[in-house]
Design a binder for this molecule. Sequence first.
Ligand code: ATP
Length: 308
Amino acid sequence: MSLAFAADRVHVRAPGKLNVFFDVGDVRPDGYHPVASVYQAVSLYEDVIATPADDFTVSVSGDVDLTGVPLDGTNLAVRAARLIAHATDSEMGVHLDIRKGVPVAGGMGGGSADAAAALLACNELWGAPLSTADLHDLAAELGADVPFALLGGTAVGTGRGDELAPALARGRIDWVLVTDSDGLSTPAVYGRLDELRAQADIAPARGTPAVDAAVLQALRAGDAASLAAVVHNDLQAAALALRPDLAVVLADGRDLGARGGLVSGSGPTVAFVADDPGHAAEVAASLIARGYEALAVHGPVPGARVIG
Ligand code: ATP
């Protein structure tokens, strides 16, 4: 199929995510862990600007530590662009200019947001040949968190996390994030969880992963205090085993007045629930005064969208 350019520059913004709740089942023979996740997209963004090119190239800049972000074909955004080119029989290339706002290897799905943004940007650049459902399918091929970065908002993810159902969430939840440029490898954290379970050092998986109804109820009510009491992440024990200092971060945040906190995804980002924007700003300032990198964000925010 030969397609005409529909645009000569497409700018897409996609959000990072928190896992408000994360139930992880036992590893399956194919190596995947079944999960039940409640995702929330938060106000930290990846910007991807796509322009026509002869080949597939990428440049990366941003306010976060960029160590570890590949600049070759292994970059998830480039993989996304190649996948959509293949799916549409396009022979066009693209340059992807990524501006990162989500910590790298932070457990907030920054690479997944880049992939979602690249899918949407290339689809627009090449005349929107694919439907939203097609884009979702390609996103799931790229990684378990990529479909959520397309969808955004608040959603329940089952299967590998890629079978999504939007969840009702009233109002906004204010979060305080403690970020850490010394990232954690997601496969290493899952591997540690398997070991801890095999050695019976922690409680076994609870059978088929399922979302705690109290989490959905707190989100429906927009009740930060109730939500703080029920946030949960099965990967937290493994992240803490690899990075014991994160337990100190969790204790310090509570000590400084945050409501319940948890490790986000595979970490090392730690997220605390705050009562309102003012409370979030106060807690973030107190954490910074204690030497942490902290910032206030809020969710839910929309998924990947064209902004120019
Ligand atoms: P996960 O989605 O697995 O929770 P994460 O949020 O912890 O991941 P990412 O920032 O997405 O972490 O990056 C994880 C690893 O993926 C990086 O260390 C890097 O090697 C690789 N990677 C590939 N493409 C990208 C990209 N566009 N941005 C960041 N990392 C990328």
